[in-house]
Structures are given as structure tokens and as C-alpha cells.
Ligand binder design. Structure first.
Ligand SMILES: O=C(O)CCC(=O)C(=O)O
Length: 281
């Protein structure tokens, strides 16, 4: 593997400061061409492996109609998507950014954003990933986001709120649309919300910290936006009990899929959360 494409000290410092980092081209065309085919096969209902419990996790189905498609764990059932998720340069970059010797898959999310048209809202609201991962002990989880083609803001690329991984913002989810309300909340903490849109060439990967606020606008491009979010955990991440506002312990879809050890979900289960870095020979 070409180690020169991994982030250096300045890149890592930039990630620590801003909460995100865009790599140079690190994913080869051949892997992305195959991923495109894998996505088509996935939507056509083809599977290379069965995964017990996946039905309980849910995800987009044709019955949901023509909006944003979001399907978790697709890389565990379609081999071309596994090859992309396991591409060593991705987890290698994540290891350096997170300062973690080992990186495991947390889960992936196949995303298909149709071209915008009246009545078809397909943007992603301002949110943090940490909000969804309260049962994780690690605060250094991160996401690698890979488009299968060039994508800019007009095509619905992901935007980040600069430095927002240092803010204290709970309660944001995929549907939080109100940036002005968020600006008010964080102004009270002495911060300012600066939106950083991204322009990505095919083969670039964007990485964001699990506490970085991000979202994406409608797709005004000429074709559906096709991408995968690869959510990653440092090797030391373990399940933790974290009670939500209703007093119940936070849960995650992984809890339905991974084995249990000592009565709690084991986030190191290699079937669901394989080690991605260091790469296996
Ligand atoms: O694909 C998008 O627009 C948002 C993806 C996302 O929320 C993520 O990668 O964590």
C-alpha cells in the first residue's frame, strides 16, 4: 500500500481542529466501478451472504418509494461493497486521524439520493453520528464517506459545520433542518456555525469525527447521488450503558446483530465488525 496517501501531521492537526478531512484520491476506479455494480445488485435484491437479524434492522425497500434510500450493513451481504469498505487505504487513514492502532468496521450505510424534484425531499438534516452511537464507549469513532462519482454541493455532497466536534449539541438527527436554531444554541457556548461544503472527486474520501455536525442538501445534479458511509470504531471501543432522557439504555442496530459476551453486545464480533486496520494479509 502507498503510505504517502495517508494523512500526515498537518492533515491530522487539521482534522483535530476542524472535525473533518478530505483525502486525496485513495480509492481506485476499479473498486468504485465494482461498488456501483454492487449497489445495483443490492437494489435488485441479490445477496452473496445471509445476515440473520438484518430484517429487524430495517432499511429502504422499493415499497418506500422514490425518496432517499438508506440501507445499513450492505457491505456484509454484497461482496463488491465489502471490497470497497475493506479497501485498506480507507481504514489506514482513519487509524491515523483517530490516533488508533486498530480500526474495526462499526457499520456501513449505503446511500442513494435521487435528483431533486417537487414533492421529493431528499436532503439529510444537520446531525452528529455520536447521537446515534450513545452505546459506544469511544469518543473517537469516525465516518469515511465515499461517493462512487464526482460530487459537489449542487449534487448534494456532505457539508460540515467547522469545528463542531467541540460543541455540546445533543438531540440532532437526520431530520434536524433548522440551522438558525442551532446557530442560536451554539452562540450561547461562544461558537459560530460556519458551513463547509465539500467538492469531491471520484476516489476522494471524506472523514468526519463522530461529534462533527454535518448534513447535505438536495441533489440538483443530473443523476442520483450514489455513495456509502463507512462508520468506523477504534479497536478499543466497547459497549457501554448510557441511559437516554427516558431512562432507558441507548440501543443501536448492531446490538441486534453482534454476539453477546457477559450479557452485553460485543462490538468486536468479527462477523459484524471485522478488523479493517491493520489489514489482514
Ligand atoms: O450522505 C449524506 O448526505 C449524509 C451521510 C451521513 O450522515 C454520514 O456519513 O454520517
Amino acid at each position: 500500500m502507498d503510505l504517502s496517501s495517508l494523512p500526515g501531521p498537518d492533515d491530522i492537526a487539521g482534522y483535530r481542529e476542524h472535525g473533518f478531512w478530505i483525502s486525496p484520491v485513495i480509492v481506485p476506479d476499479s473498486v468504485l466501478d465494482a461498488a456501483e455494480r454492487g449497489m445495483e445488485r443490492f437494489y435488485a435484491g441479490e445477496r452473496d451472504a445471509e445476515l440473520d437479524g438484518l430484517a429487524a434492522v430495517g432499511g429502504w425497500t422499493p415499497a418506500d418509494g422514490p425518496g432517499l434510500r438508506k440501507n445499513d450493513y450492505a457491505s456484509l451481504v454484497v461482496k463488491e461493497l465489502a471490497d470497497l469498505v475493506r479497501h485498506p487505504a480507507i481504514a489506514g487513514c482513519a487509524a491515523r486521524l483517530a490516533g488508533a492502532p486498530t480500526i474495526r468496521l462499526w457499520h456501513d450505510q449505503l446511500l442513494y439520493k435521487p435528483v431533486d424534484r417537487p414533492g421529493l425531499a431528499a436532503n439529510v438534516g444537520w446531525h452528529t453520528d455520536r447521537q446515534y452511537w450513545q452505546s459506544c464507549g469511544s469518543d473517537e469513532m469516525l465516518t469515511a464517506w465515499v461517493a462512487f462519482h464526482d460530487v459537489d454541493r449542487a449534487g448534494g455532497s456532505v457539508s460540515f459545520l467547522d469545528g463542531s466536534h467541540r460543541w455540546d449539541v445533543d438531540g440532532l438527527d437526520f431530520f434536524s433542518q433548522d440551522l438558525d436554531a442551532l446557530r442560536g444554541r451554539i452562540a450561547a457556548q461562544g461558537f459560530e456555525a460556519t458551513v463547509r461544503p465539500t467538492t469531491m472527486r471520484r476516489g476522494h474520501v471524506s472523514f468526519h469525527h463522530c461529534r462533527t455536525v454535518h448534513g447535505s442538501g438536495p441533489n440538483h445534479g443530473g443523476a442520483p447521488r450514489r455513495s456509502i458511509a463507512i462508520h468506523l470504531q477504534p479497536g478499543d471501543n466497547r459497549w457501554r450503558r448510557h441511559d437516554g432522557p427516558d431512562g432507558r439504555p441507548a440501543r443501536h442496530g448492531n446490538d441486534l446483530l453482534v454476539r453477546r459476551v457477559d450479557g452485553v453486545p460485543d462490538y468486536t464480533d468479527p462477523r459484524i465488525c471485522p478488523r479493517l486496520w491493520p489489514p489482514r494479509p
